[in-house]
Design a protein around this ligand. Structure first.
Ligand SMILES: C[S@@+](CC[C@H](N)C(=O)[O-])C[C@H]1O[C@@H](n2cnc3c(N)ncnc32)[C@H](O)[C@@H]1O
Length: 271
């Protein structure tokens, strides 16, 4: 078999069809917006991502699938202007709230999707385009090509490594199978088929995370499972409680076996 004979796109589609969680619509993200913001805006992921990103003060950044501004808000203090594109109105409302609280006035939010006509949405080419944990699309090749076309300097994409943020042990504990679906290696190979030779850095978060309450720790796990039944909720709580310890300062520390891992895939578009 030759490398050229591997159809990465079809393999990606097939792997996606077997993943353990459902594809989310914009209304699903609307419902998750407040919880997502609470869990992610101060995540150690942000500092790790920012440490790998190169920007200049007069550059502009397009953040596709920006969510509540996990990256758009810290980025806005480093560049001239950020455009945050997301199809969830509630995510963009969270972003605007956070930006206001942080005193940032150089972020433009645009409600739209990967497949909309970005020219019709008046989104110009930016120096840098990023898509962090937001490549939930039907046409991965098309989405990557689009990002590439919208960046005059560089593109940064964050994709899962294996289970990514999911804790695979949880699924066994509640009696469900776990199939993470395709991870970054498909993205990297699809980029190769587009003639893009990308670099990869790995962002590995700590196995332990501190929470202010037991409920907050539980919330950090509930999102992982679609349509939790009452029985599964009990098992999830037992699983989390068994890994929680109350620290002397009154906070709660949750330790898991598998750390959350992400691949930061990036390439220059200016040759
Ligand atoms: C997991 S969150 C990531 C948010 C942020 N980029 C981060 O890394 O924290 C995924 C975001 O992508 C958005 N999203 C998912 N599919 C999208 C699509 N087809 N078009 C536009 N936004 C999309 C969701 O609304 C959500 O805000």
């Amino acid at each position: 078999m030759r490398y050229q004979d591997i159809d990465w796109d079809t393999m990606w589609q097939e792997s996606r069809a077997h993943k353990s969680w459902k594809k989310k619509k914009s209304s699903d993200w609307d419902q998750r917006a407040a919880g997502f913001a609470e869990r992610n805006l101060d995540s150690p992921f942000v500092a790790q991502f920012m440490a790998h990103l190169h920007t200049e003060p007069d550059w502009t950044v397009l953040d596709v699938g920006s969510g509540p501004g996990t990256l758009a808000i810290p980025l806005s203090s480093q560049v001239r202007k950020v455009t945050a594109l997301d199809y969830s109105a509630a995510m963009l409302a969270e972003l605007n709230k956070q930006a206001k609280a942080a005193g940032r006035d150089n972020i433009t939010t645009v409600q739209g999707s990967w497949t909309d006509d970005w020219q019709a949405l008046s989104i110009p080419r930016h120096e840098v385009a990023i898509a962090s944990r937001s490549l939930s699309v039907d046409d991965l090749k098309g989405a990557l090509s689009k990002l590439n076309a919208w960046a005059s300097r560089a593109v940064y994409v964050v994709d899962r490594v294996g289970a990514g943020p999911f804790d695979p042990d949880l699924f066994g504990a509640i009696g469900r199978d776990f199939e993470p679906g395709p991870d970054y290696i498909f993205t990297l190979n699809i980029l190769y088929t587009l003639g893009i030779h990308a670099q990869v850095d790995f962002l590995t978060l700590d196995k332990r995370r501190t929470y202010t309450s037991r409920e907050e720790a539980l919330q950090s796990y509930r999102w992982m499972v679609d349509d939790l039944t009452a029985e599964e909720e009990e098992r999830l709580a037992a699983y989390v409680n068994a890994r929680l310890s109350h620290t002397s300062d009154g906070s709660w520390q949750l330790a898991r076996q598998t750390p959350p891992r992400w691949a930061l895939i990036w390439w220059r578009t200016d040759g």
